[in-house]
Design a protein around this ligand. Structure first.
Ligand SMILES: [Ca+2]
Ligand SMILES: [Ca+2]
Ligand SMILES: [Ca+2]
Length: 258
């Protein structure tokens, strides 16, 4: 009996002694209700989109835990209209780890990256896919956990799968709606048209120049010698800065850890 009690006490001490290993490296909060892309994007008309919010990012954080990086997207309204998990919301984080890289955010985002990526990690529902700088699919052991009640999509990436984590990397998170074309796999960002349709958002254009992302995080301008070097651009400015004449896509700014 005494031995058993001793074991229980030892176990209790061990449980208490194990520290929480997740370390938050950075966190960005994002306004509620700015899931309007260039300022006037609307959701598709089908009733599954309800009152919207499926592409409204509330926060993005980067944690380090047991040799992995965890990217957490908190979404205002994560839903499961068909009882198959989240099929409406798609998130991506592009990671810039090195010189060069992919200039374009893929999967019909219709956006360029200010900091060209070595990895782009897309997730919707329980599916996560990673592409490299050549836009080729790679298996780096990434996984995703979606908590509908908490509104969180957590993508876990083994750090050694992406060549070690460095403080000067850049991260570009973005959120849109997923179109899986009815196939059930990981699809593309759902097209935003000029006028909303049953399965197409509205407020964009009909020529595949406009961005198909509803929400991004706008970083604070970087300080030079303690002074903000530039005025902070608005999300609307950034996501409307494309050109039908030249075919130029919008350019997404990247986040820095410090
Ligand atoms: Ca938002
Ligand atoms: Ca790069
Ligand atoms: Ca935003």
């Amino acid at each position: 009996m005494r031995m058993l009690r001793g074991a229980v006490v030892l176990l209790a001490v061990l449980v208490v002694a194990i520290p929480a290993t997740a370390e938050e490296l950075a966190r960005w909060d994002d306004p509620t209700g700015d899931d309007t892309g260039d300022g006037d994007y609307t959701y598709p008309l089908n009733e599954v989109f309800g009152d919207g919010g499926e592409a409204d990012l509330l926060s993005f954080s980067i944690e380090k835990e047991n040799g992995s990086l965890i990217f957490e997207f908190k979404i205002r309204n994560l839903v499961d209209p068909w009882n198959v998990g989240n099929r409406l919301t798609m998130v991506v984080v592009a990671i810039d780890t090195d010189e060069g890289g992919d200039l374009e955010l893929r999967r019909n985002a219709n956006a360029r990256l200010a900091e060209p990526s070595e990895y782009q990690i897309f997730a919707a529902g329980e599916i996560v896919e990673v592409i490299d700088a050549a836009a080729e699919r790679v298996d780096i052991g990434a996984s995703v956990e979606t908590d509908l009640a908490a509104g969180t999509i957590r993508i876990c990436v083994p750090i050694n799968g992406i060549d070690g984590a460095a403080a000067d990397w850049r991260f570009t998170p973005a959120v849109g709606l997923q179109d899986d074309y009815g196939a059930g796999g990981l699809g593309d960002f759902r097209e935003v048209k000029k006028v909303a349709e049953e399965w197409r958002g509205g407020g964009g254009d009909d020529l595949a120049i406009d961005c198909n992302l509803y929400d991004i995080i706008v970083p604070e301008p970087r300080k030079i010698l303690g002074i903000f070097g530039a005025r902070k651009r608005s999300q609307e400015e950034i996501l409307s800065d494309c050109s039908l004449e030249t075919g130029q896509l919008v350019t997404l700014p990247a986040l820095a850890l410090e």
